[in-house]
Design a protein around this ligand. Structure first.
Ligand SMILES: *[C@@H]1O[C@H](CO)[C@@H](O)[C@H](O)[C@H]1NC(C)=O
Ligand SMILES: *[C@@H]1O[C@H](CO)[C@@H](O)[C@H](O)[C@H]1NC(C)=O
Ligand SMILES: *[C@@H]1O[C@H](CO)[C@@H](O)[C@H](O)[C@H]1NC(C)=O
Ligand SMILES: *[C@@H]1O[C@H](CO)[C@@H](O)[C@H](O)[C@H]1NC(C)=O
Ligand SMILES: *[C@@H]1O[C@H](CO)[C@@H](O)[C@H](O)[C@H]1NC(C)=O
Ligand SMILES: *[C@@H]1O[C@H](CO)[C@@H](O)[C@H](O)[C@H]1NC(C)=O
Ligand SMILES: *[C@@H]1O[C@H](CO)[C@@H](O)[C@H](O)[C@H]1NC(C)=O
Ligand SMILES: *[C@@H]1O[C@H](CO)[C@@H](O)[C@H](O)[C@H]1NC(C)=O
Ligand SMILES: *[C@@H]1O[C@H](CO)[C@@H](O)[C@H](O)[C@H]1NC(C)=O
Length: 892
């Protein structure tokens, strides 16, 4: 049976072989070029690929393997051999799984081109044997899910001209790059996303590559950048991409020694410091120069405008200049006008100033003009006809107002416009709404613009609209289904929010909706079943009434649900328990009632902000809330809660930590969050930082659990207006960051713990109307500017009260021996209470800002260059990246 089958199979094979050679000969090609041993190597190689039938559909064993898709042969040596294997995938849909890279490749010794990029090798290693394919000239293993150490063996590929290992999602590493010296023919080296943090001498290794034309070391965790080189080998270098690293160093001088070849310099977000050397005269070929998102200081380099000025044969080639998000000062030199080929001028978020007139902007090819967030004064006459047709207009805070800039009427194709914060007032002219059908991003926020908002439903590309902080009135308009972020906060919009429901059909993209601080009324419509992509829903500070609709529970991707300061009533719908991704739950200042549900603690483990204050909640504080270990803001004040303060609050682990400094995190769209930030500030106007614990104005009884003193990160603690008894926890002094301590109007007794004098940051506190007794600790009273913080305690004495402690009445009401360690500390430390923290407003804004940005972007920071499109913040980042890439491709 087996034999018969085998014979049959052979016959079929022979027949089809005849057929295919007949076919070949009919096409005038008599030779079957394929070398049999190489064919079996290919077949074996295919076996280690799975899920990829389509890819190999042309790999028919009976046919000439040189005709298989992705295979090429050559007879350069006199015999036919496979020389090229190109099995790159095309994105996720066709991404094949290669379980491993089969070593059958070793049986293709003449292979010179190997492309396995955009496949999924399931975190396998880059195999060492690839180093034995000694004829390789091109090796592409990018975006292929490899991990582990790059094998030194690649250094044996002395013919290699192209090496691309980028995009393996930070899983590839190298501790040394010495092996590069073997690659003396290398022209293109792409290691983007490879972790090179442990490589000591990366630049010396690169300097062994005299043929290098392109170096792509973006996002490699590099932390050293030598400023000088004794000699330079890579004098052909044209493209240098060192973006997204951690150099913490000035821009290197050796760049200027290869100025005759360099065409692209990219140091975006790589922690560069110092000033930009002003030595660009000879960079005649520079086309793209990107230093955005660094810490660069000093002035705009004047020589940029003088490139090739003395050489009549070359025109300045600079087309894209990105210097945004640095600390550059001074004005723009008029010489910039000589960069006649300029297409991108991005100077956003520096400290530059000066007047920008038409003369500065006479660039006929300009597509991207971003001057936002400096102190520029853009003074352009309203009848100017610019020589350009912009794609991106970024003129935030450019003192354009009070008139609406009429010259914009000439720009008919822009995709992005930001003229926010310009003191422009009056009604938006009608022509503006219809001017560009391509617009995707529109920001007119923080002006004095009025009028009704037009119907946006025909703006099919519009995905980000920010009209916040103006005086728009009338009802909510209609929008197209492409909206991603819709921010209309701080206007005077009236009526119901139901027009939004039209945007919430299947597959809608709306992810950020902020209608806070308007005059919207009626109930919140029960239409959220299709709002799957919403990440932020902010309806705070309106006049919404009725119950929170059940369908809110469908918004399972929500990170922030902010409904504070409305007139919502009833109990929380049980469906809210499905919102397990929430970081912010703010329902404060409503008329909500019932018990605080246990599922808030059980299901919402990510919560950082929980505000249920100023409602009508009753019952106990559920112990499950203690599971919220990430809480930074906990506010249940102003309800009718009773029972005891749970002892398990020491599970609030984040509050038990002193915040580390926040590192700089890039966020091109900070503006969006400003309104949310405002709302959060309003919700607790007195707290300078965001570590808040507030249970004031309830009916809580029992004592203050000593566990609370382990929450050493707290800056704000209020338990006032309850029925608390017992003593103030003796270790209260360990909460050293406290700036606000309110315990007034309880029934606390015993003496004030002396450790309280360790609270050096304390600026506001109140212990009035309790049963406290004994002497007010010395050292402490300096902080207690005001006797009113102590009044209403019959048995307290000492400054700032007038009661004299020498009277026996006030002696020894201490209830127990206080913590010994802390007491010793008090002795050494108690009288140094000299400085107080008064920069509250400023400190609050900065720290909260940092927090909020971190919250939404913490991971995107590291992964910004890759395709993590699942997160809202990344989408926005990538949107910009794509736009830049699109522009670059257009030029290529
Ligand atoms: C096939 O190629 C191998 C090397 O890949 C070589 O050793 C062998 O001689 C070739 N066979 C023929 C028939 O050309
Ligand atoms: C390669 O093959 C072609 C025909 O396919 C032939 O004309 C040519 O001479 C061959 N070259 C070598 C070096 O054998
Ligand atoms: C490697 O392949 C990817 C696509 O899979 C491509 O984008 C990239 O340009 C290639 N690298 C080189 C150096 O050709
Ligand atoms: C390739 O390189 C490795 C390590 O760098 C070395 O041990 C090995 O002998 C080399 N192999 C060949 C065939 O040259
Ligand atoms: C330049 O490259 C050659 C060949 O790779 C190498 O021998 C030499 O040491 C390099 N020079 C420097 C300064 O690295
Ligand atoms: C780089 O240029 C500077 C001045 O232009 C010169 O002094 C230095 O020797 C050059 N260095 C190299 C390595 O060529
Ligand atoms: C540059 O070229 C222009 C004409 O193209 C000429 O008038 C001018 O004299 C030249 N300047 C120099 C410095 O060669
Ligand atoms: C929400 O659901 C509850 C029970 O599942 C139901 O009693 C209530 O009527 C619903 N409310 C609305 C507005 O549909
Ligand atoms: C404190 O408790 C007493 C009874 O024990 C009660 O009358 C009083 O209203 C309570 N005060 C507060 C603020 O809940």
């Amino acid at each position: 049976m087996g034999i018969v089958y085998l014979i049959l199979k052979t016959i079929v094979a022979v027949l089809s072989c005849v057929k295919s050679s007949a076919l070949s000969s009919s096409q005038g090609n008599l030779v079957v070029r394929c070398n049999e041993s190489e064919k079996s190597a290919l077949v074996k190689f295919r076996e280690d690929f799975s899920n990829s039938m389509d890819r190999f559909s042309s790999w028919i064993t009976e046919e000439d393997c040189c005709n298989w898709r992705g295979v090429m042969c050559s007879n350069k040596t006199g015999q036919w051999h496979v020389t090229m294997l190109d099995l790159h995938g095309h994105g996720p849909a066709e991404s094949s799984q290669g379980n491993q890279v089969s070593d059958s490749l070793l049986d293709l010794p003449y292979l010179s081109y190997l492309d396995l990029s955009s496949n999924n090798f399931l975190q396998g290693q880059v195999p060492e044997f690839i180093g034995s394919l000694k004829n390789l000239e091109y090796l592409n293993l990018s975006n292929a899910n490899f991990r582990g150490m790059i094998p030194d063996h690649l250094g044996n590929l002395s013919q290699l001209q192209y090496l691309d290992l980028s995009g393996n999602e930070y899983a590839l590493r190298a501790n040394k790059l010495d092996w590069l010296h073997g690659l003396s023919s290398l022209k293109v080296l792409e290691l983007g996303g490879v972790d090179l943090s442990l490589v000591v001498n990366w630049l010396d290794a690169v300097n062994m590559l005299p043929s290098l034309v392109k170096l792509g070391f973006f996002a490699c965790e590099l932390n050293t950048l030598p400023l000088r080189l004794s000699a330079i080998n890579f004098t052909q270098l044209q493209i240098l991409d060192l973006s997204f690293n951690k150099f913490n160093s000035p821009m290197p001088y050796w760049l200027f020694n290869i100025s005759q070849s360099l065409s692209v310099i990219n140091f975006r977000r790589s922690q560069l410091r110092g000033s930009i050397p002003d030595a660009f005269e000879s960079m005649s070929y520079l086309t793209i120069f990107d230093l955005s998102d660094n810490y660069l200081t000093g002035e705009f380099p004047k020589t940029l405008g003088l490139i090739a000025d003395d050489d009549n044969s070359t025109r300045p080639s600079l087309r894209e200049l990105y210097l945004s998000n640095n600390q550059l000062k001074g004005s723009l030199p008029p010489s910039i006008a000589q960069l006649s080929e300029l297409e991108v001028l991005d100077l956003a978020s520096n400290s530059m100033d000066g007047v920008i007139t038409e003369d500065f902007l006479n660039f006929s090819h300009l597509q991207v003009l971003v001057l936002s967030s400096n102190s520029f004064m853009v003074n352009i006459s309203s009848d100017w006809t610019p020589p350009f047709d912009l794609d991106t207009i970024g003129l935030q805070s450019c003192q354009i107002g009070p008139d609406f800039p009429r010259w914009l009427q000439t720009q008919k194709d822009f995709v992005s416009i930001d003229i926010s914060s310009n003191n422009i007032s009056g009604i938006v002219p009608d022509w503006f709404w219809n001017i560009s059908m391509k617009v995707e991003y529109m920001n007119l926020s923080s002006n004095n613009l009025g009028g009704k908002l037009p119907d946006f439903s025909s703006k099919l590309n519009l995905s980000v609209l920010d009209m916040s902080n103006n005086s728009f009135f009338g009802p909510l308009p209609h929008f197209s289904l492409s909206m991603m972020s819709l921010i209309l906060a701080e206007n005077m919009i009236t009526g119901t929010i139901s027009p939004i429901c039209e945007s919430l059909v299947v597959n809608n993209s709306l992810s950020y909706l902020d209608l806070s601080l308007n005059a919207l009324s009626g109930t919140i419509p029960d239409c959220w079943t299709q709002g799957n992509n919403l990440v932020v829903l902010n309806l705070a500070y309106n006049e919404l009434s009725g119950m929170i609709p059940n369908s809110t529970g469908h918004l399972v991707h929500l990170k922030a649900l902010i409904l504070g300061k409305n007139a919502l009533s009833g109990e929380l719908p049980a469906s809210l328990k499905y919102l397990t991704n929430l970081y912010v739950l703010d329902l404060g200042l409503n008329n909500l009632s019932g018990k605080i549900p246990e599922w808030i603690g059980e299901n919402m483990g990510n919560l950082m902000i929980l505000r249920l204050s100023d409602n009508e909640f009753d019952g106990n504080i559920p112990l499950q809330l203690c599971q919220l270990k990430d809480l930074k803001y906990f506010n249940l004040a102003g309800n009718s809660l009773s029972g005891k303060i749970p002892r398990c609050i020491d599970n609030f682990l984040t509050m038990a930590m002193v915040e580390a400094d926040k590192s700089f995190i890039y966020d091109p769209y900070t503006v969006y969050r400003k309104t949310l930030l405002n709302v959060l500030i309003r919700m607790n106007p007195v707290s300078s930082k965001f570590m808040v614990f507030d249970l004031a104005l309830n009916h809580l009884s029992g004592d203050i659990p000593g566990e609370i003193t382990s929450l050493v990160g707290l800056t704000f603690l209020s338990l006032s207006n309850n029925n608390l008894t017992g003593e103030i926890p003796p270790d209260v002094g360990s909460m050293k960051l406290l700036e606000y301590l309110y315990l007034s109007r309880n029934s606390l007794s015993c003496s004030i713990p002396t450790s309280i004098s360790l609270l050096h940051s304390l600026a506001h506190f109140n212990l009035s109307f309790n049963n406290l007794s004994g002497k007010i600790p010395s050292g402490f009273q300096i902080a207690s500017l005001d006797a009113s913080s102590f009044i209403g305690n019959q048995h307290l004495c000492g400054l700032p009260l007038t009661e004299d402690c020498s009277k026996p009445l006030y002696n020894d009401f201490s209830c127990r021996i206080e913590n010994k360690g802390l007491q010793d500390e008090v002795k050494n430390d108690g009288f140094e209470v000299t400085s107080f923290y008064f920069g509250l407003a400023a400190g609050f804004a900065v720290s909260f800002w940092a927090f909020w940005i971190t919250l939404l972007l913490s991971r995107s920071c590291r992964y910004a260059y890759f395709q993590f499109l699942d997160k809202w913040s990344d989408k926005i980042y990538v949107m910009i990246a794509i736009k830049v890439a699109r522009l670059r491709n257009k030029q290529a």
